[in-house]
Design a protein around this ligand. Structure first.
Ligand SMILES: Cc1ncc(COP(=O)(O)O)c(C=O)c1O
Length: 439
């Protein structure tokens, strides 16, 4: 191949051996300019009466990523008290966070939650139990609440495992229970000033549009005090070259029009909120692995690389596809799935990791069988670079499986510097909480 750059971040292949020699493999790589650009795109989304963007930090909770994103002006969506505490430790004030959680904090965590709320954390009520748990405290400090509503509508996710609006999902106060919760809030004089729906991740943008209509409908029907309507995250990102990314400008234009119609109908000006995770970071990330073995069989040729499902579980969990590039030890780009312009001389290889799991592969079909990837034939010692790994990779991996260590993470900065942002986990850290007991 003639070009040295590949992927949405225009990653320079000659950087791969440089990174590998400095920090070893496997290693997570992120790109500051890409993250900042996606933040800007989101902040420029068309809107009617104001837009508030929260980054769903579960996508990647690393402190450097949080600082980049919040530095661009995005606030945070946290899915646990631990995430909120982690963001606070990264320097983000609680007033820039909303908590949307399945947890019902009790004991020490309850006191911690109250302190966070007093410091400005927004609480998104996600169940009737949560409402009952928070109501007295909210009343005592005159706290306005957000409510997550489960809309009872399917198709919001790229797969059933990422569909949070369907009858198989339990997130939020189900629409059927909204009148009861609203009735309890009214009795106590509590207000829901924000209504929130997240229908899933990476679904058809048409479903996102449908949700806008549906949500504005129940804001009108049940929530006269709401001034903000959150349409959640889930904006689809194209990781593989053939995939179609959500059109942010078109979705924004649709939301703007519907919110303006809502104003004409109700005389209420709603601020719009969104909380994407994937869109902000997914395509900023690559995982650099090294080929440690090659097995040529009569059935399938395998490349064994030094990082797999313990770094990136999405193929095994969701059947997700991630693009693969192959780079020689001298930094020559051998082949890249991002650029299929020169397919001549390519071969199929099953690319597998080091874990003792037959599903430890970068590409699997719906039944969990390995799907071979068409690449230029590399040698042991060359690199396999996996793209689209900035979201739900290091924050979601079954790390330490087979006692592999969590790898380091590196940020390619806006000025093209390479900065280590997380050290490789030590062996001691894997076992540090284990106790020697007499049995
Ligand atoms: C409540 C909530 N908001 C936002 C997101 C972010 O979704 P995505 O990364 O698809 O944008 C999620 C993802 O699970 C979520 O559960």
């Amino acid at each position: 191949m003639t070009t040295k750059q590949f992927g949405p971040t225009k990653l320079d292949a000659t950087k791969i051996p440089e990174i590998a020699e400095k920090w070893g493999t496997p290693v997570y790589l992120h790109d500051q300019a890409y993250i900042e650009n996606s933040c800007e795109q989101l902040l420029n989304m068309p809107n009617a009466y104001g837009l508030h963007v929260r980054y769903a930090m579960k996508a990647n909770s690393d402190r450097t990523v949080l600082r980049i994103v919040t530095g661009k002006g995005l606030d945070l969506d946290c899915s646990s008290l631990n995430e909120a505490a982690r963001a606070f430790a990264a320097g983000v004030p609680y007033s820039r966070m909303m908590l949307t959680t399945q947890e019902v904090p009790s004991g020490e965590e309850r006191a911690e939650l109250e302190d966070m709320i007093r410091a400005g954390l927004k609480y998104n009520v996600c169940s009737m139990t949560q409402f009952k748990m928070i109501a007295d405290f909210a009343k005592s400090i005159n706290l306005d609440l957000s409510i997550r509503v489960h809309p009872g509508a399917t198709g919001g996710g790229e797969s059933a495992t990422r569909d949070t609006g369907s009858e198989y999902s339990c997130f939020g106060v189900h629409l059927n229970n909204v009148p009861a919760v609203k009735g309890m809030a009214d009795e106590l004089g509590l207000r829901f000033t924000q209504v929130h729906v997240h229908i899933g991740s990476g679904g058809d943008p048409e479903k996102w549009r449908e949700n806008i209509d549906r949500e504005l409908g129940f804001v009108k029907a049940y929530f006269p005090d709401a001034t903000t309507v959150s349409f959640g995250g889930g904006l689809k990102v194209a990781r593989m070259p053939g995939e179609k990314q959500a059109d942010i400008a078109a979705l924004g234009a649709y939301a703007k029009q519907r919110i303006e119609e809502f104003k004409a109908d109700t005389n209420r000006e709603m601020q719009m909120e969104i909380e994407p995770g994937t869109f902000v970071v997914a395509n900023s990330g690559h995982i650099i692995t090294r080929i440690i073995d090659k097995k040529l069989t009569n059935e399938l040729n395998f490349l064994i690389v030094d990082g797999g499902m313990e770094l990136l579980t999405r193929p095994l969990l969701y059947g997700s596809e991630h693009p693969v590039a192959v780079v020689r030890q001298d930094g020559t780009l051998l082949s890249s799935e991002y650029d299929q312009a020169e397919p001549g001389g390519l071969k199929y290889f099953g690319i597998v990791g080091r874990c003792c799991e037959s599903g430890d592969s970068v590409r699997l079909d719906g039944d969990g069988n390995i799907v071979p990837v068409l690449i230029a034939e590399p040698e042991i010692g060359d690199y396999v670079v996996i793209g689209g790994t900035g979201a739900y990779s290091e924050s979601m991996s079954p790390e330490n499986y087979n006692s592999h260590r969590k790898p380091p993470a590196v940020m390619l900065t806006r000025n093209s510097d390479l900065l280590l942002i997380r050290k490789k986990q030590s062996r001691d850290q894997i076992i540090q909480n284990e106790l020697d007991v007499n049995i």
